[in-house]
Ligand binder design. Structure first.
Ligand code: MLT
Length: 269
């Protein structure tokens, strides 16, 4: 059973989804991709790993979580997760993030490393935006201002999910569209700035000493398998799993393979 929760944290409304035993000290946090919400983790929440408490927050500006009042920074996501873990009296958690959620997990490693028991980095990268990527962010900012979340969905959907999903499970692409269209344009715009201005964390990879699992959809066109390999090679002792028949949103496109990889790896953390 998935539980929907919300509370006021530092005077902002924060919403999250939860599953698994509330008293468990084994906690797994899932941080969502851009421009989605915690809803993308439902398949992983519906069957949590045995004995694990699973928590998926809406990141600032998405779903039911208010955005910050100040200029946006990727570190806001880490500050929010720190505050949520404090409120729930969870000392340490396995922090898993997909794409933008991975950037947020890196922010957590930079800002609050003591809170991170282990890391799951799915369909993400450690590098900062290239000049082309930054130019693309500017285009996306105009798009969201002119056409709202629907315009962003039209632009991103072809690449967000892989060709196999488009061909054989079009309902997944529809779900992703619905999730994107439910997001407030302001939240999307501020997230674009957070993504554009995030720092390069590549130099910090060798210092990551917690168990790490790197996963990537075999058909990921946004953070391709070569990118995941480089990430896995940068962190000592990393487990590296390629999710077949999945694109960038590997946890939604092949939830069984994704969950299996996590379950097999978790006992070692
Ligand atoms: C995501 O899926 O979160 C985005 O593709 C991340 C990005 O645009 O860098």
């Amino acid at each position: 059973m998935v539980r929907e929760r919300s509370d006021t944290v530092h005077r902002r409304r924060v919403r999250w989804l939860e599953a698994g035993p509330e008293r468990s000290s084994d906690v797994l946090v899932w941080l969502h991709a851009f421009p989605l919400s915690a809803e993308m983790w439902r398949p992983q929440l519906e069957e949590p790993p045995p004995h694990w408490r699973v928590i998926a927050p809406d990141l600032a500006g998405f779903g039911g979580t208010d955005d910050h009042a100040e200029a946006p920074s990727i570190d806001d996501f880490a500050a929010d997760l720190e505050a949520l873990l404090s409120m729930l009296t969870i000392p340490r958690a396995v922090v898993g993030g997909l794409s933008m959620g991975g950037y947020a997990a890196f922010a957590m490693m930079r800002r609050h490393p003591g809170r991170v028991r282990a890391l799951i980095l799915a369909d993400t990268r450690s590098g900062a935006d290239s000049p082309e990527a930054r130019a693309n962010r500017a285009r996306m900012l105009s798009l969201v201002r002119e056409k709202g979340a629907g315009g962003v969905a039209d632009e991103m959907l072809p690449k967000l999910v892989g060709p196999t999903t488009h061909r054989t499970r079009p309902e997944v692409a529809w779900l992703v569209r619905r999730l994107i269209e439910a997001q407030p344009p302001d939240g999307i715009a501020r997230a674009i700035e957070r993504l554009r201005d995030r720092p390069d964390t590549t130099a910090g990879l060798p210092a990551i000493a917690v168990p790490t699992l790197v996963m990537v959809g075999a058909e990921d066109a946004i953070t391709p398998p070569a990118e995941a390999r480089a990430l896995a090679e940068g962190i000592a002792g990393t487990a590296h799993v390629i999710i077949p028949l999945a694109g960038h949103l590997s946890s939604l496109e092949n939830p069984v393979a994704f969950a299996t990889a996590v379950r097999e790896w978790l006992p070692g953390v």
